[in-house]
Ligand binder design. Structure first.
Ligand SMILES: *[C@@H]1O[C@H](CO)[C@@H](O)[C@H](O)[C@H]1NC(C)=O
Length: 207
Protein backbone atom coordinates (compact mmCIF):
# COMPACT_ATOMS: atom_id res chain seq x y z
CA UNK A 1 0.00 0.00 0.00
CA UNK A 2 2.65 2.47 1.08
CA UNK A 3 4.90 1.59 -1.84
CA UNK A 4 2.00 2.07 -4.26
CA UNK A 5 1.09 5.41 -2.67
CA UNK A 6 4.70 6.58 -2.92
CA UNK A 7 4.87 5.48 -6.54
CA UNK A 8 1.71 7.39 -7.44
CA UNK A 9 2.98 10.41 -5.51
CA UNK A 10 6.31 10.40 -7.37
CA UNK A 11 4.48 10.16 -10.68
CA UNK A 12 2.37 13.16 -9.72
CA UNK A 13 5.45 15.16 -8.73
CA UNK A 14 7.22 14.23 -11.94
CA UNK A 15 4.27 15.34 -14.05
CA UNK A 16 3.79 18.69 -12.33
CA UNK A 17 7.39 19.72 -11.66
CA UNK A 18 9.18 22.03 -14.06
CA UNK A 19 12.03 20.41 -15.95
CA UNK A 20 15.41 20.74 -14.24
CA UNK A 21 17.01 21.51 -17.58
CA UNK A 22 16.42 21.40 -21.31
CA UNK A 23 19.61 20.22 -22.96
CA UNK A 24 19.50 21.25 -26.63
CA UNK A 25 18.62 18.59 -29.17
CA UNK A 26 20.10 20.07 -32.37
CA UNK A 27 18.36 17.43 -34.48
CA UNK A 28 15.02 19.14 -33.74
CA UNK A 29 14.03 22.56 -35.12
CA UNK A 30 15.13 25.65 -33.16
CA UNK A 31 12.53 28.29 -32.26
CA UNK A 32 12.41 31.65 -30.48
CA UNK A 33 12.58 29.90 -27.10
CA UNK A 34 15.65 27.93 -28.12
CA UNK A 35 16.14 24.29 -28.98
CA UNK A 36 13.81 21.48 -28.04
CA UNK A 37 14.88 19.32 -25.11
CA UNK A 38 16.99 16.25 -25.60
CA UNK A 39 15.49 13.09 -24.16
CA UNK A 40 16.60 13.11 -20.50
CA UNK A 41 17.68 9.48 -20.72
CA UNK A 42 20.28 10.53 -23.31
CA UNK A 43 21.63 13.50 -21.34
CA UNK A 44 25.18 13.06 -20.01
CA UNK A 45 27.44 15.19 -17.82
CA UNK A 46 29.34 16.26 -20.92
CA UNK A 47 26.25 18.15 -22.12
CA UNK A 48 26.88 20.54 -19.21
CA UNK A 49 30.61 20.98 -19.77
CA UNK A 50 32.47 23.01 -22.39
CA UNK A 51 36.16 23.83 -22.60
CA UNK A 52 37.22 27.41 -23.18
CA UNK A 53 40.85 26.57 -22.39
CA UNK A 54 42.16 27.06 -25.91
CA UNK A 55 42.95 30.59 -27.09
CA UNK A 56 41.04 31.72 -30.18
CA UNK A 57 42.93 32.50 -33.37
CA UNK A 58 43.58 36.25 -33.46
CA UNK A 59 45.20 36.23 -36.94
CA UNK A 60 42.38 38.22 -38.53
CA UNK A 61 41.55 41.83 -39.39
CA UNK A 62 40.41 42.64 -35.84
CA UNK A 63 43.35 40.83 -34.16
CA UNK A 64 40.82 39.36 -31.73
CA UNK A 65 38.81 36.18 -31.40
CA UNK A 66 35.49 35.31 -29.77
CA UNK A 67 34.98 31.68 -28.81
CA UNK A 68 31.31 31.22 -27.86
CA UNK A 69 29.92 28.53 -25.57
CA UNK A 70 26.37 28.68 -26.91
CA UNK A 71 23.88 26.00 -27.96
CA UNK A 72 24.04 23.77 -29.89
CA UNK A 73 27.82 23.36 -29.34
CA UNK A 74 27.22 23.86 -25.60
CA UNK A 75 23.81 22.16 -25.34
CA UNK A 76 23.52 22.34 -21.53
CA UNK A 77 22.85 26.11 -21.39
CA UNK A 78 19.79 25.84 -23.62
CA UNK A 79 16.75 27.18 -21.78
CA UNK A 80 18.73 28.41 -18.75
CA UNK A 81 18.99 32.08 -19.74
CA UNK A 82 22.80 32.15 -19.63
CA UNK A 83 25.86 31.60 -21.80
CA UNK A 84 29.55 32.50 -21.91
CA UNK A 85 32.31 33.25 -24.39
CA UNK A 86 36.08 33.56 -24.34
CA UNK A 87 37.61 36.75 -25.76
CA UNK A 88 41.24 36.80 -26.90
CA UNK A 89 42.92 40.01 -27.97
CA UNK A 90 46.34 40.22 -29.59
CA UNK A 91 48.18 43.52 -29.08
CA UNK A 92 46.03 46.13 -30.84
CA UNK A 93 43.08 43.73 -31.07
CA UNK A 94 39.56 45.13 -31.15
CA UNK A 95 36.01 43.84 -30.99
CA UNK A 96 34.39 46.64 -32.98
CA UNK A 97 31.10 48.32 -32.12
CA UNK A 98 28.36 45.72 -31.90
CA UNK A 99 25.12 44.88 -30.12
CA UNK A 100 23.58 41.77 -28.61
CA UNK A 101 19.84 42.11 -29.27
CA UNK A 102 19.00 39.17 -27.02
CA UNK A 103 20.89 39.71 -23.78
CA UNK A 104 23.01 41.79 -21.43
CA UNK A 105 26.72 41.02 -21.12
CA UNK A 106 29.01 40.86 -18.11
CA UNK A 107 32.73 40.80 -18.84
CA UNK A 108 35.65 39.89 -16.57
CA UNK A 109 39.25 40.66 -17.51
CA UNK A 110 41.62 37.79 -16.73
CA UNK A 111 44.80 39.11 -18.28
CA UNK A 112 46.03 42.33 -19.85
CA UNK A 113 44.25 45.64 -20.25
CA UNK A 114 41.09 46.46 -22.17
CA UNK A 115 39.37 49.71 -22.97
CA UNK A 116 35.64 48.97 -23.02
CA UNK A 117 32.51 51.03 -23.31
CA UNK A 118 28.91 51.34 -24.37
CA UNK A 119 26.54 54.08 -25.54
CA UNK A 120 23.12 54.65 -24.05
CA UNK A 121 20.18 54.69 -26.44
CA UNK A 122 18.30 57.53 -24.79
CA UNK A 123 20.94 60.26 -24.70
CA UNK A 124 23.80 58.62 -26.60
CA UNK A 125 25.87 59.05 -23.47
CA UNK A 126 29.20 57.20 -23.52
CA UNK A 127 30.35 55.04 -20.63
CA UNK A 128 33.89 53.79 -21.16
CA UNK A 129 36.92 52.94 -19.08
CA UNK A 130 40.21 51.09 -19.07
CA UNK A 131 39.81 47.73 -17.38
CA UNK A 132 42.57 45.66 -15.81
CA UNK A 133 42.82 42.11 -14.49
CA UNK A 134 39.92 41.32 -12.18
CA UNK A 135 37.71 44.17 -13.37
CA UNK A 136 34.15 43.35 -14.31
CA UNK A 137 31.98 45.51 -16.56
CA UNK A 138 28.37 45.08 -17.57
CA UNK A 139 26.92 46.01 -20.97
CA UNK A 140 23.13 46.44 -20.97
CA UNK A 141 21.11 44.46 -23.48
CA UNK A 142 20.90 45.85 -26.99
CA UNK A 143 23.29 48.78 -26.51
CA UNK A 144 26.19 49.51 -28.84
CA UNK A 145 29.47 48.57 -27.19
CA UNK A 146 33.13 47.77 -27.88
CA UNK A 147 36.27 46.37 -26.32
CA UNK A 148 39.86 46.79 -27.45
CA UNK A 149 43.27 45.89 -26.15
CA UNK A 150 44.75 49.14 -24.85
CA UNK A 151 47.79 47.44 -23.31
CA UNK A 152 51.16 46.29 -24.57
CA UNK A 153 50.56 42.54 -24.18
CA UNK A 154 47.82 40.10 -25.23
CA UNK A 155 44.59 40.31 -23.23
CA UNK A 156 42.11 37.66 -22.15
CA UNK A 157 38.54 38.13 -20.92
CA UNK A 158 35.41 36.07 -20.50
CA UNK A 159 31.97 37.46 -21.30
CA UNK A 160 28.81 35.98 -19.91
CA UNK A 161 25.35 36.69 -21.29
CA UNK A 162 21.84 36.76 -19.85
CA UNK A 163 20.67 34.54 -22.69
CA UNK A 164 21.83 31.29 -24.29
CA UNK A 165 21.35 33.12 -27.58
CA UNK A 166 22.37 36.78 -27.10
CA UNK A 167 22.81 37.36 -30.84
CA UNK A 168 25.43 39.61 -32.39
CA UNK A 169 25.31 42.46 -34.87
CA UNK A 170 28.62 44.14 -35.71
CA UNK A 171 27.87 47.70 -36.81
CA UNK A 172 30.60 47.97 -39.45
CA UNK A 173 29.60 44.62 -40.91
CA UNK A 174 25.97 45.76 -41.08
CA UNK A 175 26.98 48.90 -42.97
CA UNK A 176 29.82 47.67 -45.15
CA UNK A 177 29.75 43.86 -45.46
CA UNK A 178 26.70 43.50 -47.69
CA UNK A 179 25.34 44.65 -51.05
CA UNK A 180 23.49 47.79 -49.93
CA UNK A 181 24.47 50.29 -52.66
CA UNK A 182 27.21 52.75 -51.66
CA UNK A 183 24.94 55.70 -52.54
CA UNK A 184 22.32 54.48 -50.07
CA UNK A 185 24.92 53.90 -47.37
CA UNK A 186 26.21 57.44 -47.99
CA UNK A 187 22.69 58.89 -47.97
CA UNK A 188 21.72 57.16 -44.72
CA UNK A 189 24.97 57.50 -42.75
CA UNK A 190 26.31 60.87 -44.04
CA UNK A 191 29.66 59.13 -44.62
CA UNK A 192 31.83 59.99 -47.64
CA UNK A 193 31.65 57.64 -50.61
CA UNK A 194 35.44 56.90 -50.75
CA UNK A 195 35.38 55.84 -47.08
CA UNK A 196 32.39 53.56 -47.70
CA UNK A 197 34.06 51.99 -50.75
CA UNK A 198 37.25 51.44 -48.76
CA UNK A 199 35.42 49.66 -45.93
CA UNK A 200 33.32 47.60 -48.36
CA UNK A 201 36.55 46.45 -50.01
CA UNK A 202 38.14 45.51 -46.67
CA UNK A 203 35.06 43.73 -45.28
CA UNK A 204 33.85 42.08 -48.47
CA UNK A 205 30.87 44.27 -49.26
CA UNK A 206 29.73 45.00 -52.83
CA UNK A 207 27.87 47.71 -54.80
C1 LIG B 1 45.00 31.24 -37.60
O1 LIG B 1 44.34 31.81 -38.72
C2 LIG B 1 45.18 32.09 -39.81
C3 LIG B 1 44.37 32.88 -40.83
O2 LIG B 1 43.17 32.21 -41.14
C4 LIG B 1 45.77 30.79 -40.34
O3 LIG B 1 46.64 31.07 -41.41
C5 LIG B 1 46.52 30.09 -39.20
O4 LIG B 1 46.97 28.83 -39.64
C6 LIG B 1 45.65 29.91 -37.99
N1 LIG B 1 46.45 29.44 -36.88
C7 LIG B 1 46.10 28.37 -36.15
C8 LIG B 1 47.01 28.03 -35.04
O5 LIG B 1 45.09 27.73 -36.38
Amino acid sequence: MLIQALFIFSLLVASTQALDFCVADPSLPVGPAGYSCKNTAEVTVDDFIFSLAAPGNTSNIISAAVTPAFPPTFPGVNGLGISIARLDFAVGGVIPFHTHPGGSEILVVIQGQLCAGFISSLENKVYFKTLVKGDVMVFPRGLLHFQFNSGKSPALAFASFSSPNPGLQVTDYAFFKNDLPTEIVAKTTFLDIPQIKKLKAILGGTN
